[in-house]
Design a protein around this ligand. Structure first.
Ligand code: BQF
Length: 283
């Protein structure tokens, strides 16, 4: 039976450590780390995520502000808000909740955020730094997965890591992070031949495809570490990309959904905001 990797507990522990750190910063006369979250339109899932993020900031003692823009806001209006926040010394992190409406060029928006305030780690500068092992603001979801491996004492060096999914937000960056830790990494995607064959060889399996319970226990190698990044809403409620019950019987460690990678994503956002605030103040 696999050990359950507890995202709520790990998050609570790290947030407690961060709360102390923020108090110390403010105590030394440093600015309180500040995050701006921008949401465009009224996607219900995005509204929940943004509310989660603002609430999490408050609990850890970060300053936060939320900008709710109408779905029909112009690209120029959004870019000028970003410009204003780039120039605000109260704000150390800027996050534009994705997805944004079709009429706005996502790449233009991500490029507009100052790399030093890019707490999602999506600016091409930060993507490039990650690739050469010099990343400071790392994308939150894959970073959360790596922190799980560290905190649960899971050795990555020399292991076969298989990442299913090649998104810019999860698949590609986590592959780079695993490679940096000396795993042998395979990235699988919708056109991969013999997906099952690749998955079966994984010592560390990352599922980030967005297909509910697509990976079942019979597909997984005995003793594998399973990190389930999927967030799928079904009639049964929230489920991952991995069929938890069958996978727990063969894996050595496994993240549940909900309560696994999701909470850690938010925790890493807080971490990045603190890092950005420290760097802005030369620490
Ligand atoms: C949990 C996200 C897809 C597309 C855009 C806790 C979150 C989710 C689950 C959360 C996600 C997913 C976020 C749980 C933020 C993770 O208890 O399992 C927290 O808030 N997430 C996002 O901002 O944008 C997304 C998934």
């Amino acid at each position: 039976m696999a050990e359950r990797i507890d995202g709520k507990k790990t998050s609570a522990d790290i947030r407690e450590e961060m709360k102390v750190e923020v108090d110390e910063m403010v105590g030394k006369g440093m600015q309180r780390p500040g995050l701006s979250v921008i949401i465009v339109g009224e996607n219900p899932a995005s509204q929940v995520y943004v509310r989660n993020k603002v609430k999490a900031c408050e609990k850890v003692g970060l300053y936060s502000e939320k900008y709710e823009l109408a779905a029909n806001v112009t690209e120029d209006e959004l870019l000028s808000l970003i410009d204003k926040l780039n120039n605000s010394d109260k704000i150390h992190g800027i996050l534009v909740q994705l997805p944004i409406p079709e009429h706005i060029d996502e790449s233009k928006v991500l490029n507009a955020i100052l790399p030093s305030k890019d707490v999602d780690g999506f600016h091409p500068i930060n993507v490039g730094k990650l690739m050469i092992g010099e990343g400071t603001l790392l994308p939150c979801t894959p970073h959360g997965c790596m922190v799980f491996l560290e905190r649960y004492g899971i050795d990555v060096k020399g292991k076969e890591a298989v990442v299913v999914g090649r998104s810019n937000i999860v698949g590609k960056p986590i592959a780079m992070m695993l490679l940096q830790r000396h795993a042998t990494v395979t990235i699988c995607h919708s056109r991969t031949k013999d997906l099952a064959g690749h998955i079966k060889r994984a010592d560390i399996l990352v599922a980030a495809v967005g297909r509910p319970e697509m990976i079942t226990g019979d597909m997984i190698k005995e003793g594998a570490v399973v990190l389930d990044v999927g967030i799928n809403r079904t009639e049964k409620g929230l489920v991952g990309d991995v069929h938890f019950e069958s996978a727990s019987k063969v894996a050595s460690y496994i993240t549940p959904v909900p309560g696994g990678v999701g909470p850690m994503t938010i925790t890493m956002l807080l971490k990045n905001t603190i890092i950005a605030a420290k760097q802005a103040q030369g620490r």
